[in-house]
Design a protein around this ligand. Structure first.
Ligand code: IDP
Ligand code: MG
Length: 174
């Protein structure tokens, strides 16, 4: 044991990352942290999901723009989506946030993802390519918001089985 805590992290490749065709580069860079991907999916965030995700920033003047940004309203179709990933491993939050770089792309290390690919929009919003959970409590809140237990390959948080009656579900026709 080297005492490092095993952590989970929610990473979102934001619509600008998708539009700039950076998905591969970003995943390659993040792989330097030698963590395990335990969940991945493409999501078109609803307004509710976006607002819940960023609820701590509700009072910021850039909040409305931030919601538009994460929902892809600033980038248009077919970029109104994010790639959501869950990483797991020792000291995962610090490792991934170091590779991601500082929130403000101007302050970010030039070889970090945000330093290399981020920019400040005319509105002042930091368009910084990637989201990374900031601490274990936030990570748990965010992962539970974006993923259901069955979409993650490991039991990272306690879950329970329930029987749902009269629930509408979409299935393949054949
Ligand atoms: P983080 O993404 O590095 O954790 P947060 O403070 O959680 O930073 O902010 C969430 C997102 O809101 C940032 O990634 C960035 O897109 C945007 N943002 C945060 N602070 C500012 C700011 O002062 N001006 C413009 N945009 C900001
Ligand atoms: Mg944050």
């Amino acid at each position: 044991m080297n005492g490092k805590e095993v952590q989970q992290v929610l990473v979102l490749i934001k619509p600008d990352g998708l539009k700039k065709s950076l998905t591969g580069n970003i995943i390659t860079k993040l792989s330097e942290a030698k963590l395990t991907i335990i969940g991945a999916k493409v999501v078109k965030p609803s307004r509710d999901l976006a607002e819940e995700h960023y609820k701590q920033l509700k009072n910021q003047i850039f909040f409305d723009n931030l919601i538009k940004y994460i929902r892809g309203d600033l980038h248009g179709e077919p970029y109104k989506r994010v790639l959501a990933l869950v990483y797991k491993g020792e000291d995962a939050i610090k490792k991934l946030r170091t590779i991601a770089g500082a929130t403000n792309p101007e302050d970010a290390d030039p070889v970090s993802i945000r330093g290399a690919y981020g920019r400040i929009m005319r509105s002042g919003l930091f368009e910084n390519v990637i989201h990374c959970s900031s601490d274990p409590i936030e990570a748990e809140r965010e992962i539970k918001l974006w993923f259901q237990p069955d979409e993650i390959t490991e039991e990272i948080y306690p879950s329970k089985k329930i029987i749902q009656k009269n629930i509408q579900a979409k299935v393949w026709e054949k």
